[in-house]
Design a protein around this ligand. Structure first.
Ligand code: GRF
Length: 201
């Protein structure tokens, strides 16, 4: 059976990348439908890279800092990402803790083939400090969201959301851990939905 080729973009720990890659293995929910074609990091020190290499996954580093002197640093950085994704014949790009804002060039090149996960119930708490913002706001229900990527940060059509009730004794750290565990469930589920859609077309 034809499998959808995933390109996963990371910047750090890559725990969502691990959840996705594990779901593509043997009995995982993506085993029949998707495969990880390449993991790309903009951060050469990303912990997730080491894990991916150990698993025998194809990896690449595109360090955004190395484009600092380019005429158009953002564009040239994204063109390099694009080139590698094409090289691996990627069908679907999954942002998994990728900490770079993407320009219209990249977003439009992968329109409806570019998805992200965010640790809040969007549209609430956009941005890089979503969990701490929610914690400080003392909201009672938090969660995570998967969505298609559009030009505006943390916007774009929502695919799945999962919520949880904040406990009296939750700390910021415990909330981060609980939300991340939910992310590891909904990201593979999301990819399954999108892969099925791609295969039906
Ligand atoms: C996750 O909370 C994700 O929602 C956000 O960045 C974090 C990445 O974590 N975009 P990891 O690198 O997947 O462990």
């Amino acid at each position: 059976m034809v499998k959808i080729k995933l390109g996963i973009l990371i910047s750090g720990n890559g725990s969502n990348m691990q959840a996705i890659a594990n779901s593509c293995q043997n009995c995982g929910i993506l085993a029949d439908i998707a495969t990880v074609a390449v993991v790309i990091s903009n951060n050469p020190q990303a912990k997730g890279l080491q894990w991916a290499e150990k698993q025998g996954l194809a990896t690449a580093v595109v360090d955004h800092k190395s484009f600092a002197l380019a005429t158009n640093p953002r564009l040239e950085f994204e063109q390099k990402l694009y080139q590698i994704l094409q090289q691996y014949s990627v069908d679907l790009v999954c942002l998994a803790g990728f900490m770079r804002l993407l320009t219209p060039f990249f977003v439009n090149a992968w329109y409806d083939r570019l998805i992200n996960i965010h640790p809040s119930l969007l549209p609430d708490f956009k941005g890089a400090n979503a969990v701490s913002d929610a914690f400080l706001a003392k909201v009672k229900i938090v969660g995570c969201t998967t969505h298609f990527v559009r030009e505006q940060m943390d916007s774009g059509p929502i695919i799945l959301q999962q919520s949880l009730v904040v406990n009296e004794d939750d700390t910021l750290e415990s909330l981060k851990t609980r939300i991340l565990a939910l992310e590891h469930q909904i990201y593979p589920q999301t990819i399954k939905i999108i892969c099925n859609k791609i295969l039906q077309n």
